[in-house]
Unconditional design. Structure first.
Length: 395
């Protein structure tokens, strides 16, 4: 199958532009959440999230329901990139893959070095990169950042998301309901069979996906993982009559349909519901608490050491090439941007410290501080970094 990114380069450009714009909207939502949480409307804002809407509260519908759609889009992007995109071959996977692995391991080690006892559960909070936020910052730099670095950052963040999904499934799963888990397995088997039988209509997949979400919610595994599982069963093959155009596949059509609502509604709504930290009600010690420092330094220092260090190592060893027309300083600036860990970090915070508002607040302070400093320093580095031109050696 011809790679969609190679045969239709404008598709990747549209994707990056959409992610960049969504990142700017997410910045606005996070800022608004902070303003509301520290205003006279703060208590009402918090109470609204606990209003029951059917079987779940409004906050749970956002975090368990709408975010399942976000994870569905994440799963679609992972599958597309792995089979038909920038991660379709091993040479393309090596650099972002090693960078993503280092960018998850080192921040976790930084966090573990500063925490003991019950707060150890937050080790994965600084391990994720927010692709929308990072690309939003890069969009402000225009042509100063080569396209190859945008593609590198996108591939790294997608692998990073896959790692976060695995972490959530393995380490943040509550008690298991075997009957519901077996029911979910049956639904997955039906979805896989539909894929193998060549069913290309999206409606049956989405209807069974809703059933899968309910069963996973009741099983004890976090409900959002149903979105990723569903995504992996959506066919990537082209629709009949247009065999040479992979963009007509069910996966591409669903991914295209979800980009705008996820980027401009669901993720900003999640940020609005979860980024608010009432600083005025917190003790001063929260600013230097082990969780705060572990998350903040994990994002600010751990990410750049892991991403840049591992990238330079595999490039120096000859296993991968430097992204085209990118200098080492630009790679360092991009590694700094990987410390923006907003959406997935907030999500893991809720799983790591359920029912513990003080620890959640400390983690959120670390996320906001680490992400803000990473974004500002990454922007400054990319702003002043010399640019490589075709035919010039990397610096």
């Amino acid at each position: 199958m011809t790679s969609n990114h190679l045969s239709h380069p404008s598709a990747l450009r549209r994707f990056l532009q959409a992610q960049s714009s969504a990142g700017l909207v997410l910045m606005g939502a996070a800022a608004l959440a902070l303003v509301i949480a520290n205003s006279p409307w703060g208590p009402g804002y918090e109470a609204l999230l606990h209003v029951p809407v059917g079987p779940l509260s409004l906050g749970h519908w956002i975090n368990d329901g709408l975010m399942a759609v976000f994870f569905l889009l994440v799963g679609l992007e992972i599958k597309r990139e792995a089979l038909d995109g920038q991660l379709a071959t091993w040479p393309r996977r090596i650099l972002p893959g090693v960078a993503a692995a280092g960018g998850m391991a080192i921040p976790a080690l930084v966090y573990l070095a500063l925490n003991t006892g019950p707060t150890l559960r937050g080790w994965a909070i600084p391990a994720a990169t927010d692709i929308a936020f990072a690309l939003g910052v890069i969009s402000l730099l225009g042509r100063r950042v080569p396209a190859s670095l945008r593609v590198f950052l996108t591939a790294l963040a997608i692998i990073d998301d896959l790692g976060a999904v695995v972490i959530i499934a393995l380490f943040y799963t509550a008690g298991i309901s075997v009957p519901d888990l077996l029911g979910a397995a049956v639904v997955v088997a039906i979805l896989v069979a539909m894929n193998r039988m060549g069913v290309l209509r999206l409606a049956p997949y989405l209807l069974l996906g809703a059933v899968l979400w309910v069963l996973v919610l009741r099983s004890g595994i976090h409900a959002t993982l149903a979105g990723v599982i569903l995504a992996f069963t959506i066919p990537l093959q082209a629709s009949p009559g247009r065999p040479d155009d992979s963009t007509t596949s069910p996966l591409h059509r669903l991914e295209h349909a979800l980009h705008l609502p996820v980027g401009f509604l669901i993720v900003p709504l999640f940020g609005l519901a979860n980024a608010g930290v009432p600083f005025l009600g917190l003790p001063a010690e929260a600013l230097v608490a082990p969780v705060t420092l572990g998350v903040g330094l994990g994002l600010l220092l751990g990410k750049v050491v892991g991403v840049f260090g591992c990238s330079m190592l595999v490039i120096r060893l000859g296993f991968a090439d430097m992204p085209a027309h990118a200098s080492r300083r630009q790679m360092f600036g991009t590694a700094l941007l990987c410390g923006i860990g907003f959406t997935m970090s907030l999500f893991i915070t809720l799983l790591a410290f359920p029912g513990e508002p003080v620890l959640q607040a400390e983690a959120k302070i670390g996320i906001l501080a680490g992400s803000l400093l990473s974004g500002l320093l990454g922007y400054a580095m990319l702003r002043v970094a010399p640019q490589d031109r075709p035919g010039t050696p990397s610096r």
